[in-house]
Write a protein that binds this ligand. Structure first.
Ligand code: ATP
Ligand code: PRP
Ligand code: MG
Length: 287
């Protein structure tokens, strides 16, 4: 059987977190040096390390089966590869920005020059808004374009906002896009049942990692008469697990709860009478 051909970012913001996530999902992305192709025979996968912008193209053209790239890069590529799982890292917003007091909403872009390295994404958005503007396509560092008089506004990725601030620019309007790293799939996957199955397994494994990151295991002991109230606080993903305790009239309960909510749920459980409330992390799971 041919291995699944998987494109991964070779450098940049998405590279290390993508490799980390795949390692947590059980893949062996052992890239010791600068190799561009790495085999993972145990999982029957071949990894190709490419620029994130090119990943959408390779997957969209059918040269590779799946890949991890940014949603913004996928949309800008205009290829037919489809997003099959958002991965929760590489989060950034895509905004218009200009010098304060010059342009303050998207309508103000009519007839203006906009610098961007995502011309297709921006053009599509302007078309949707029925705004005609001139795009100035740059490779990067687009924030400088306004200062240098090449453009009146920019459209770019904003993460912390530090780059914009130091360039004397401010965002305006609502975000053009909320982006994050995404798993993408090309049309060729459907060609063989083996690759369909390999992608299903990959999808389920990555989803397991996402759940393990977002949820914690909550264990507690609860008086039987308080259990109904406790279950409302810990519905779990499907249903909480309840086991008898040696102590008469008490049950042990185990459930998954969102990591961020755990401290509040623990306070409420204590209030309804639960004791020995323990939180532990998941490494990974299949739900
Ligand atoms: N602070 C950030 N800067 C740039 N891209 C970011 C940032 N945070 C998340 N991203 C996302 O990372 C992807 C861009 O990755 P890419 O490797 O091309 O750029 P990079 O991290 O800026 O690296 P480089 O310095 O080589 O340009 C996009 O999907 C973008 O939305
Ligand atoms: O909101 P911030 O946290 O400041 O991050 C956003 C900045 O980071 C990226 O630039 P990068 O460093 O990748 O340079 P580039 O423009 O050459 O790609 C992006 O293009 C923005 O300029
Ligand atoms: Mg960049």
């Amino acid at each position: 059987m041919a291995p699944l051909r998987f494109a991964l970012p070779n450098k940049g913001s998405l590279s290390a977190p993508a490799a980390q996530m795949l390692a947590e999902a059980g893949y062996r992305v052992n890239r010791s040096g600068r190799e561009l192709i790495v085999a993972d025979p145990a999982n029957d996968v071949q990894f190709f390390f490419l620029r994130p912008r090119d990943i959408a193209v390779y997957v969209g053209e059918g040269s590779l089966d799946v890949g991890i790239t940014g949603r913004d890069l996928l949309l800008d590529s205009t290829v037919s590869a489809k997003e099959i799982l958002p991965l929760g890292f590489g989060r950034a917003k895509f905004f218009f920005a200009s010098k304060p007091g010059t342009i303050d909403d998207a309508a103000g872009l009519e007839g203006k020059r906009i610098a961007t390295s995502y011309p297709n994404l921006v053009e599509q958005h302007l078309d949707d808004l029925n705004i005609k503007a001139h795009l100035v396509r740059l490779d990067g560092a687009v924030e400088t374009a306004v200062e240098l008089g090449v453009a009146d506004a920019i459209a770019d990725v904003v993460e912390t906002g530090i780059t914009l601030k130091t360039s004397g620019l401010e965002t305006f309007g609502t975000p053009i896009l909320k982006s994050e790293a995404v798993l993408i799939q090309g049309d060729t996957v459907a060609d063989t049942p083996e690759s369909v199955r390999a992608v299903e397994i990959l999808h389920r494994r990555l989803q397991g990692v996402l759940i393990a990151r977002r949820y914690v295991i909550l264990d507690f002991d609860c008086p039987a008469e308080a259990q109904e109230e406790a279950f409302k606080l810990v519905p779990g993903i499907e249903s909480p697990t309840v086991s008898p305790l040696a102590r008469e009239g008490w049950v042990a309960v185990r459930s998954l709860v969102p990591r961020d909510d755990a401290p509040f749920i623990m306070d409420e459980l204590w209030r309804v009478g639960a004791r020995a409330i323990l939180v532990s992390s998941l490494d990974t799971c299949r739900i």
